[in-house]
Design a protein around this ligand. Structure first.
Ligand SMILES: [Ca+2]
Length: 290
């Protein structure tokens, strides 16, 4: 009984210690809410039929007979559904696409593909010719496999000669600058003048920059310093020691709240809080994959 009590006291002490410094990270706008893509995870059917077509996505091609486009279960990331496209010949390109509303500014078009063969084109495009001068955007990323590369040698970089693993989903990202006067863009993902086979899943289109909002609570522990690092950037993107609103040589106000404006929405961040006692507490944002 005595040892159980000791254990409980120890556990309580551990729980208190673990909760002593709490680091909460959010973004403005929230990353999920900032996604303008409908049916972004490809899980929703158009209409009541489960084996119908995916909601909000359509195939666009001048030669429909060259393509097989479907929406199979179990082919997506984590066993979900994905958009699937086969091009039987090199005669034309074909794309799954969706139109989204935009306002002027920088966006990121992101998602995941896996491919057996073929040259992929991921692009965001739109034009408004009803104003003078006309405005438009055509932002592209090419990915793909060297399989059948003799058909389009111009787009095959050396490092792609082995080709991607057909069972692995790879990320793509396209930066899109929307000019004044353009109110919508089309997001297209498909095969570009090559025979091939590809799947697409978990797509997003949203602001390229967001505000990172931190709230660090010491809960009894005084905080000496809060630092934010971005992956592959040497200097911190924020340090409370360089912040003129944080008086030098004194603990930070508690809880400590700060907004780091206009950081890349697709960045990975490490937030480090140091207590006056020298303890370091770290949080990754977004949370690392399990
Ligand atoms: Ca999916």
């Amino acid at each position: 009984m005595r040892s159980l009590l000791t254990l409980m006291v120890a556990l309580a002490a551990f729980a208190t210690m673990a909760a002593a410094v709490q680091i909460d990270v959010t973004t403005d706008p929230p990353l999920d809410a900032a996604n303008l893509v409908r049916n972004a995870d490809m899980e929703v059917a158009a209409g009541a039929e489960a084996d119908g077509e995916p909601a909000d996505w359509a195939l666009s091609t001048a030669v429909p007979e060259n393509f097989t486009a479907d929406w199979p279960e179990g082919s997506g990331r984590n066993g979900s559904r994905a958009l699937h496209l086969i091009a039987h010949d090199k005669v034309m390109s074909g794309y799954w696409n969706q139109v989204v509303p935009v306002t002027p500014g920088d966006y990121l078009f992101r998602g995941f593909y896996r491919t057996v063969s073929g040259r992929l084109l991921l692009y965001a495009h739109g034009r408004n010719t009803e104003i003078e001068p006309p405005v438009g955007v055509d932002a592209r990323a090419y990915h793909g496999s060297s399989v059948a590369s003799f058909l389009v040698p111009v787009f095959i970089p050396l490092e792609a000669l082995t080709g991607p693993d057909p069972d692995t989903y790879y990320p793509f990202a396209v930066k899109v600058t929307v000019p004044e006067g353009l109110e919508q863009v089309t997001l297209s993902m498909g095969l570009y003048f090559t025979p091939g086979e590809v799947w697409f899943d978990d797509v997003s289109f949203g602001p390229a920059q967001v505000d990172l909002k931190l709230r660090v609570s010491g809960d009894g522990e005084q905080l000496e310093k809060v630092t934010v690092f971005q992956d592959e950037v040497e200097a911190p993107v924020y340090s409370s020691t360089d912040d003129p609103t944080c008086p030098a040589g004194r603990p930070l106000p508690e809880p400590f709240e700060v907004t780091v404006p206009d950081v890349p929405a697709d960045g990975s961040y490490l937030i480090v809080a140091k207590t006056v006692g020298g303890e370091l507490h770290r949080v990754h944002f977004p949370e690392e994959a399990q």
